[in-house]
Design a protein around this ligand. Structure first.
Ligand code: LLP
Length: 420
């Protein structure tokens, strides 16, 4: 239970709205987001950066719901995108293209075109072929593309290998050893304006050291380039700041920002960050209902209506999410595996959780605001969950539940839709 998901009169709420009430109206499973929690996390960046030239670009991949993006756009956020789809979401949510950084290793021609047309702040470039492709498209359009090179500083983020991105053998970024030479090449291209440097070393980092090690490497490069007349105006440290799911103790945002600012010293650099998780993870829960309890000789299972297709993090990374009863009961607790109806042994949201449960109880899977709904699938032809944004006493459906008709509508029988 937290400030934004408090227990009031024995029942869990999102801000001022009882979760039971939302379950009755929109059904389950459903993702519930708290506007105040998003605002508070946003302010944890905005406040310490207030007197420093900066741009905070919310990583849209972590939660791309239009309602959530709109909350952030109203706060003046920038956005970090990795596809033209994410760009269209940002624009539809009222975001400012001039505050968008375009990341990703595989930007396609049409995506570059659309981003240039919209006027994004910067393309974060990850390879020479990508740089050359952007030059060609910008030339064709008669415009200039602002770029940063995503360098790979080869530091160990000390996080889960699947979400660690700053090591030599990752597909991401440009080898730090080759960065100088590629900057020179970029600087010579007529439709490219070199404006920055960026890195992203991994996600869910719980210590500052890897960030600061990476920063030192980037700053050494910035100074070297300046000496050659390539003067950068921004430095983007990516996302990656961790959150508390269970008992992790990540650094506070202001401690992080202070440490970064200190090392920048007198350099004239706008600081850019691309946080995703640290803005939205603890601003969302997955609300789900216990369908039935199954007791076997070895285990107690609570079979719920949410599943791995709704929240894949436990199955994919072995991630921990707290699972709280919406209306806690008093009585004997049993150790339950909280599992969904999907036909996979990895379909669990938690294992061995001590709970006192009855059929039909509501559960809240906590810290599900980041990399939850965005990674949902239709596995087992399950419709994707509804999403609700709570603001104080009000709740808005910001995505309706997907129906079976929605899913079938994209498909056709052989002969119905011949391609040639
Ligand atoms: N910038 C870039 C270039 C990124 O690749 C990412 C995340 C971010 C920013 C945002 O990082 P954050 O602040 O959220 O850590 N699905 C995984 C996380 C994958 C992160 C991928 N990149 C999970 O559920 O843990």
């Amino acid at each position: 239970y937290s400030d934004f998901f408090p227990l009031v009169d024995g029942a869990l709420q999102a801000e001022g709205v009882p979760l039971q009430q939302i379950a009755e109206t929109v059904g389950t499973p459903a993702y519930i987001y708290s506007r105040a929690a998003i605002e508070s996390a946003w302010n944890s960046y905005a406040k310490p950066l207030a007197d420093i030239p900066h741009l905070v670009c919310f990583a849209v991949k972590s939660n791309s719901n239009l309602g959530v993006l709109n909350v952030l756009a109203e706060l003046g956020a920038g956005f970090d995108i990795v596809s033209v789809g994410e760009l269209e979401r940002v624009l539809a949510a009222g975001g400012n293209a001039g505050k968008v950084v375009f990341s990703g290793v595989g930007k396609q021609d049409h995506e570059m075109r659309r981003a240039l047309e919209a006027g994004v702040f910067c393309f974060n470039i990850e390879s020479i072929p990508e740089l050359d492709r952007l030059q060609a498209i910008a030339a064709d359009m008669g415009v200039t593309a602002r770029i940063s090179l995503r360098v790979n500083p080869n530091v160990d983020a000390q996080t889960h290998p699947y979400i660690s991105t700053g090591l030599k053998d990752n597909k991401f970024g440009i080898d730090i050893e080759r960065a100088e030479e590629i900057y020179q090449r970029a600087d010579s291209l007529p439709n490219i304006e070199v404006t920055g440097v960026d890195c992203h070393i991994g996600s869910q980092l719980t210590s500052l050291d890897p960030f600061l090690d990476a920063l030192d490497i980037l700053l050494a490069l910035v100074d070297k380039l300046a000496a050659q007349g390539i003067v950068l105006s921004h430095l983007d440290l990516g996302g990656g700041l961790g959150v508390t799911y269970k008992d992790e103790q990540p650094p506070e945002t202001d401690e992080y920002i202070r440490a970064v600012h200190e090392r920048i010293g007198s350099r004239n650099l706008t600081l850019v960050f691309e946080p995703g998780r640290s803005i939205v993870a603890n601003a969302g829960v997955l609300l789900t209902r216990v369908e039935l309890l199954k007791h076997t000789e070895h285990k107690n299972f609570a079979i719920i209506d949410g599943a791995m297709n709704d929240l894949i993090r436990p199955a994919l990374y072995g991630s921990w999410h707290d699972i709280l009863p919406v209306v806690p009961r008093s009585g004997e607790e049993l150790a339950y595996d909280i599992v969904g109806p999907v036909c996979e042994t990895s379909d669990f949201l938690g294992k061995g959780r001590d709970l006192c449960l009855k059929d039909g109880d509501l559960l809240a899977v906590m810290s599900a605001g980041a990399y939850g709904m965005v990674m949902a699938s239709n596995f087992n032809t399950r419709g994707r969950a509804a999403e609700v944004l709570v603001s104080g006493q009000t709740a808005d459906i910001v995505r309706r539940r997907e129906t079976i008709a929605d899913q079938l509508s994209l498909e056709s029988l052989p002969g119905e839709n011949p391609c040639f």
